[in-house]
Design a protein around this ligand. Structure first.
Ligand code: FRU
Length: 488
């Protein structure tokens, strides 16, 4: 083990014990100490789910990237493991950036981006992003002497060697394939495809997809590509997008394209992109396929542009709940993995409650909850739910029935910086009832609308005493409420 990795592991061990567990989410992966961002290497290996992540243990800000590691049997209860990669080689000394994992001959193989510098002919220094591998047993990983196994020199001339990162690997038949995020000389995002027989020698195949309209960002980070329910999907996180009505916001987005993939020609005919999540904190999602066939997605529950963290907290960054994906009615549906149900306790079911003015129910409160509210089509224009609420704090979800839009507003959740706090999205028209399932876990609220048709993920930093739930309506609405506590 390198000095750098040993140092990170010792630091983490000593420092994380000083953080009270009640500060952390109960059933979401969070930074042990310091900073985490993107999920990496999300995969099933030898009977467990492994999740790695971009990690800088030493401060609560982004820094030279390591790979942290957690494992789980059920994707709800996670165990923290020692970190597996540190920037300790010439080819990754500026960071071990995002990547993925695959199994080969019984070994767990991590594929990541090694960031380094090169000196140009005129003496100037330029960054290089190349793809590297490490072989492991689920606990200890050793970098290949062949690294880097894919360099920017293998790309066509029009492709950036500086923005060339986040490999996502998969196996099909006897071959391995890998896509990498990239951009072209016109500053348009794209993904490039490579193939290999052995994970060490790679061949450039094609530019699999690109920002052909010019509206989908300058660099496509963290791509993913998979087949689900008979259709292929490309997921990526484009940078520097301009807002498009209710669908996309300014800056970094996470989008998906459904489409048709020709596996011999390697062409992908893609439909228009859609947003994966309409909330304030969702980025760099990655998926994996479980042995039982389910396709599961997990993402970083934060935005690069907004920092929602209580002053003085020693850890920063969480992952979303793993979500099962399905493709129906032309949309990707996301729902919390079934395993969450095993942890639901103390059910409370309230049927046909009339909401007029402001209402609270004694038994409906809490900060670790699985809460479903079905709003029936009564006589009202606006319906509002306030969560993590007390005299001082609140996070508000407002449904405007006439406009068929919803808004999340965390302005009063406890943030002390002027960060983005509101987002509006369009709900699907023509539904009799609106079904809102909220998963609360101390510092986050994930909202699944109409059985996962849309998801709205938001981090909050509200003291735990604020645990009320307030219903209000400007007319009369009928609701059904189902509430469980989550006890892990
Ligand atoms: C996305 C990202 C990736 C990169 C990583 C660095 O959030 O910018 O493109 O690999 O974070 O930490």
């Amino acid at each position: 083990m390198s000095i750098e990795l040993k140092k990170a592991n010792e630091y983490e061990k000593a420092e994380q014990e000083k953080i009270p567990v009640e500060e952390k989410p109960a059933f979401h992966v969070a930074a042990p100490v310091g900073w985490i961002n993107d999920p990496n290497g999300f995969s099933w290996y030898q009977g467990q789910i492994h999740l790695f992540y971009q990690y800088h243990p030493y401060t609560t800000e982004w820094g030279p990237m390591h790979w942290g590691h957690s494992v789980s049997d059920d994707m709800i209860h996670w165990k923290n493991m020692p970190s597996v990669l540190a920037p300790d080689q010439e080819y990754d000394k500026r960071g071990c950036f995002s990547g993925s994992a695959v199994e080969k001959d019984g070994k767990h193989v991590l594929i990541y981006t090694g960031v380094s510098n090169v000196q140009m002919e005129n003496g100037s220094i330029q960054e290089r992003q190349n793809q590297c591998i490490a072989y492991g047993d689920g606990e200890i990983y050793v970098k290949s002497p062949q690294n880097p196994v894919i360099t920017g020199d293998m790309l066509p001339a029009d492709c950036s060697k500086i923005d060339f990162r986040d490999p996502k690997v998969w196996k099909k038949g006897e071959n391995y394939y890998l896509i990498v995020g990239n951009k072209n000389s016109e500053q348009k995002g794209q993904v490039v495809l490579f193939s290999s027989k052995n994970l060490e020698k790679w061949k450039f195949e094609t530019v699999l997809a690109e920002n052909s309209t010019g509206q989908i960002g300058t660099m496509w980070e963290c791509p993913d590509f998979f087949e689900l329910d008979g259709t292929h999907f490309l997921i990526c996180s484009p940078q520097n997008m301009k807002a498009q009505k209710y669908e996309f916001h300014n800056g970094n987005n996470s989008v998906y394209f459904a489409g048709k993939y020709n596996e011999t020609e390697h062409t992908f005919q893609k439909e228009a992109p859609k947003s994966l999540d309409y909330g304030l904190d969702f980025y760099a999602p990655q998926t994996t396929k479980l042995p039982d066939g389910r396709r599961i997605l997990i993402a970083w529950m934060k935005s690069w542009d907004a920092c929602v963290i209580p002053d003085g907290q020693k850890w920063q960054g969480m992952m979303t709940l793993p979500r099962e994906l399905r493709y129906m009615n032309g949309r990707l549906y996301q729902n919390p993995v079934e395993e969450l149900k095993q942890y639901r306790k103390n059910p409370c079911c309230l049927k046909d409650q009339e909401i007029s003015g402001t209402v609270q129910f004694d038994e409906v409160r809490g900060r670790m909850l699985d809460l479903t509210v079905e709003i029936e089509n009564g006589q009202f224009d606006e319906f509002c739910l306030e969560l993590a609420h007390n005299m001082e704090y609140t996070t508000t979800y407002t449904y405007n029935r006439k406009k068929q839009i919803m808004e999340v507003d965390r302005t009063c959740c406890g943030v002390t910086k002027d960060v983005i706090c509101r987002r509006i999205w369009k709900v699907t028209e023509g539904k009799e009832t609106l079904k809102l399932r909220f998963i609360l876990d101390r510092q986050s609220i994930e909202l699944f609308v109409n059985d996962g048709e849309q998801v709205v993920t938001t981090a909050i930093c509200t003291p735990m005493e604020a645990d009320e739930i307030v219903f209000s309506c400007d007319g009369k609405a009928k609701v059904n409420v189902e509430k469980y506590e989550i006890v892990v």
